[in-house]
Ligand binder design. Structure first.
Ligand SMILES: O=C(O)CCC(=O)C(=O)O
Ligand SMILES: [Mn+2]
Length: 194
């Protein structure tokens, strides 16, 4: 896994925040639920791009429209596509950008990103707002894991051998950043879907 600490300046982070506000006014955060049991995630989500990742009783999948409004997802803003191209190159086109919002008590269990058709393309993930404890494991759920802090403006890339590594967010460290107007964290995860 590639970790680029403080990749984004404060100005760039604020620009992204403004774009996220516009996206969420068109495509509001929704509450994803676990397949089968219907238990709610602690994270709130929305998306932009050709496809968005959703989770509900019927499963985990990508779809081209918001699960509540049924409207197509907003486009991925140019600034985000520029970051993608700077780090990933021109070979791949980002088709989906998942936006995760973590309130102070939210977390994300250990999982693989494997709902995409192709694992050759990297996954690019941006952290904004409060720090979090990120956990990275191996290719098997039972492999040893290590944890480290992600700060606002950090980018990580799951690529090559690390593309399918298990990962998750143990917890948020509230009030470690002043970027958002209230405690919490935003994560933007860009992926190639098809
Ligand atoms: O919030 C993060 O840093 C990770 C999010 C994530 O792994 C995902 O949405 O698949
Ligand atoms: Mn993930």
């Amino acid at each position: 896994m590639r970790h680029l600490p403080k990749y984004l300046s404060l100005e760039e982070q604020n620009q992204l925040l403004e774009m996220i506000r516009e996206i969420t006014s068109d495509a509001p955060l929704f509450i994803p639920t676990m397949p089968r049991w219907g238990t709610a995630f602690s994270v709130r989500m929305t998306n932009c791009g050709d496809y968005g990742w959703v989770a509900d009783k019927s499963g985990y999948r990508y779809q081209s429209f918001h699960p509540d409004t049924k409207k197509p997802w907003p486009k991925i803003p140019t600034q985000l596509l520029d970051i993608w191209h700077d780090l990933v190159g021109e070979q791949w086109r980002a088709e989906a950008c998942l936006i995760n919002y973590y309130a102070p008590n939210a977390k994300m269990g250990l999982h693989q990103d494997n709902d995409e058709a192709n694992f050759d393309a990297p996954v690019l993930s941006i952290s904004l707002g409060d720090d979090c404890i990120f956990r990275l494991g191996g290719l098997k759920r039972s492999d040893p894991t290590q944890s480290f802090t992600l700060n606002s403006g950090d980018i990580i890339l799951l690529e090559k051998e690390s593309r399918l590594k298990f990962h998750g967010v143990d917890r948020i460290k509230p009030n470690t950043s002043m970027l958002l107007s209230k405690p919490g964290r935003l994560n933007l995860t860009m992926r190639v879907v098809n």
